[in-house]
Design a protein around this ligand. Sequence first.
Ligand code: URA
Length: 421
Amino acid sequence: ITAVDVIRAKRDGGRLSDEQIAWVVDAYTRGAVAEEQMAALAMAIFLRGMDARETATWTGAMIDSGERLSLAVDRPTVDKHSTGGVGDKITLPLAPLVAACGAAVPQLSGRGLGHTGGTLDKLESIPGWRAALSTDEITRQLNDVGAVVCATTEGLAPADRKLYALRDVTGTVESIPLIASSIMSKKIAEGSSGLVLDVKCGSGAFMKTPEQARELARTLVEIGTAHGVATTALLTDMSVPLGRAVGNAVEVAESVEVLRGGGPADVVELTVALAREMLALAGIDADPAAVLASGEAYETWCRMISAQGGDPEAPLPVAEHVHVVPAPRDGILEQLDAYAVGVAAWRLGAGRARREDPVQHAAGVVLQAKPGDRVSAGEPLLELRTDTPEAVAGALEALEGAVVVGDGPVSQRPLVLETVR
Ligand code: URA
């Protein structure tokens, strides 16, 4: 097999054999297939696609490029992955909730890039909290607490790390087989026996339409099933930010409200819906809404944060500067575009432009109203929080046209659009 043979086969619309896929992914990881050859192959896959068998084999090859965690845990393990959204802090209340119900949740997470936030960036706003854990520490914490949210270990799916960086600079990110195999290689290597995917759709998501999101969801579920991981996907709306807080510390604070029995209704609804799917896969008969209300999930949160060096009672960082955006007129808030709010939070300092940049813990956007709410002219609609006031102008520019106040009524899209099993 040569790289040129594999590129030509896909360029001409053929199906790659299992041998070709295993060879090319392994050779690329070792440096024996050049970056320009993999770039050509990624573009051929982008244009020609891959079928279910090719995609499952490709995923397997990426898993085999690194190690698989074997977690010695005596409870069923189940994880959640979101394809990324604005204000999507659901992992924070969800992991301790599902652990409090009796499952073990190994949630290996990433940092934010672009307009979507990263779970680790959010948690790092808690004084003392540490993202990097060894496999032994992960296993111990899963047995003691039941939930771990930490950084992906270096050894998981190295082929994906290399390929994702290449796709990022060659216009080949937005391919469903490549996205699906990228996500699933990391999640399957993590070794959990069940996986629930939150596939976002709408302006703030990767997938803008329900059709694209549905196809991604089906592909993810097919890969999980082919690799023996019980997998379910929920298609959920991302046209409006989730909850009222978009940023880092502000999202932690909102998650704590949810864990204490309060918080915005949409965050509670999605947390409970995902918990039900995770518990069903783990074979645990528990009512997550009742466990959330009982305070047990909050206790598990405190133990999870303390186990990683964080102080769950410590005050969270507060931004030095707050700029208030008022409602332009009396009426009903009809639209609040998720993508625009995500970009605004990013420009305020909550996100990063380059992988190595730091984030501001206190930066972000706090929504004082959500679509459907009645607002009065001049009343605060959005709070822009930052430590660098010169960033406000860029955030305001991102928000141009994103807020629509009219006379209503507003047709509310359901939050959970579909379930794919
Ligand atoms: N997230 C991933 O992990 N990989 C992709 O390709 C896209 C989103």
